[in-house]
Design a protein. Structure first.
Length: 437
């Protein structure tokens, strides 16, 4: 019988992309996807370590899987990939002796070289180099049947070293993929039926590639990809405010295929906190950017990330965050409690904010944002919106798609086919979705 594999994925979209890459590699190797870890011969967990919660989630899943492995013994290969694997390295072997392999995010291209000694010589493998070239799926990226939206990574790593963040330590230095590879991968996806592509990177604005005789910045990369016939929508994430150029703002004006949505994490509304985070911009600069974006494209949706309880964040600082939220009125906001990450600068700072205080601040912040999101969504009631049909609604009875501004819309099945852009009228707005007819 065919050997099978199972991959559990945690963390960001980059990890989802990496897991797809891993799955592809394993399929080429002759393995078939399994429905659950119990029945799989190879089980990999692609982990995240961006916050303490992510660590806890990964550790508890690891605990569960090592118990399955204990029952199945040599019949099952168990590995940890991704950012937590990179951070913990050997320490994971010490804690979970049942593990067969540990592999950082930059090592995924080497999956077969890492897997072979495990499979054929029963060796344990630890692979955590960070100096490897970025993944290249330009010839191999296959989609699932009926898949309408897909990711394409355009760069790996990060050089920003925001003082709270572990990512630069676990994903290594920033490196941009050659534009030719990106174009080839995007075309390969569109040829298979993909209609919407989201370009991925920790800081896509700083994309830069230089070859003999030409060079590419992020706007010039977008421009090139915008011409792919059959591609209906182009998105990207994440943008860093300090590198958002006027040229990029112009792309939103000039390129019809580029969706009017920007995810632009602000992290904090107080200048003294922003400075200690080493974000490289002020609240005034951020507000200015949003003004410019809205002047250029009035209907653009702006979403963001923010955290509460960075070391030394006073009540007045926190008020500044709420104030910025009220001024900008984000379409949606991802909010987190700051947590110490081993080895970062912020972990060494004194004046830690207490757990209860962080929880209280997060609650206040989230209820403010809920109100804003709902009010903004309500303005769409009775309006006609264009939706790209992506799949079934969560409950399965309806179709689901998103507006160009990235709002989820559920609507009756007879309104269109998968991969079409359909016009529907919004009937009821909720916080996380819209219901249309
Ligand atoms: N590259 C992106 C985000 C990467 S991590 C950017 O620069 O915006 C995703 C989000 O996790 C961050 O935007 C931040 O809000 C949050 N985050 C990162 N480190 C964190 C920490 N130590 N504690 C709490 N939240 C954190
Ligand atoms: Fe982390 Fe900052 Fe890099 Fe984003 S830009 S990944 S927050 S170091
Ligand atoms: Fe997590 Fe690594 Fe992404 S730490 S957020 S999986 S880059």
């Amino acid at each position: 019988m065919n050997k099978s594999f199972y991959i559990a994925t945690m963390g960001c979209q980059m990890n989802e992309y990496d897991s797809e890459f891993l799955a592809q590699q394993l399929m080429e190797y002759g393995y078939a996807p399994a429905d659950d870890p119990e029945s799989a011969d190879i089980v990999l967990i692609n982990t995240c370590t961006v916050r303490e919660k992510a660590d806890q989630k990964a550790m508890s899943l690891l605990g569960r899987l090592t118990r399955i492995k204990a029952k199945k013994g040599a019949d099952m290969v168990l590995g940890v990939a991704g950012c937590l694997a990179q951070k913990q390295g050997q320490r994971l072997f010490d804690r979970f002796p049942q593990l067969d392999l540990i592999m950082g995010p930059r090592e995924l291209t080497k999956i077969r070289e890492i897997l072979d000694p495990v499979l054929f010589q029963q060796r344990k493998m630890l692979a955590t180099r960070l100096d490897l070239p970025p993944l290249n799926a330009s010839k191999t990226h296959q989609i699932q049947k009926g898949q309408v939206c897909a990711y394409v990574s355009i760069m790996q790593g990060c050089d920003n070293f925001c003082t709270y963040c572990i990512v630069p330590y676990v994903r290594g230095r920033e490196i941009s993929r050659p534009p030719g590879d990106i174009l080839q991968e995007a075309r390969l996806l569109v040829d298979q039926g993909v209609k919407e592509i989201t370009l991925l990177g920790q800081n896509v604005n700083s994309y830069f590639w230089e070859g003999p005789g030409n060079s590419y910045t992020f706007p010039s990369l977008l421009e090139m990809l915008g011409h792919i016939p059959g591609l209906l929508r182009l998105r990207f994430t994440t943008s860093h405010p300090k590198d958002l150029s006027d040229n990029l703002i112009r792309c939103f004006q000039d390129m019809e295929v580029l969706c009017p949505h920007l995810h632009l994490p602000f992290q904090a509304g107080s200048n003294s906190v922003l400075e200690r985070m080493k974000r490289g911009y002020t609240r005034e600069h951020y507000l200015d950017l949003v003004d410019k974006l809205r002047d250029a494209v009035p209907h653009i949706a702006i979403t963001s990330d923010v955290m509460v309880g960075f070391p030394g964040e006073s009540h007045a600082d926190f008020e500044q965050t709420l104030d910025l939220m009220k001024k900008i009125r984000f379409d949606a906001l991802f909010s987190f409690k700051y947590s110490d990450r081993e080895g970062t600068v912020a972990a060494q700072l004194h004046e830690k904010v207490g757990e209860k205080e962080k929880r209280d601040r997060l609650k206040v912040l989230q209820s403010l944002q809920k109100e804003i999101t709902l009010q903004k969504n309500k303005t769409l009631e009775g309006k006609r919106v264009a939706v790209l049909v992506e799949g079934q609604s969560k409950k399965g009875a309806q179709l689901m798609g998103r507006t160009a501004t990235n709002k989820i819309v559920n609507f009756p099945r007879d309104k269109g086919n998968m991969g079409d852009i359909v016009n529907v009228v919004v009937k009821t707005a909720f916080i996380n979705s819209l219901k249309a007819e």
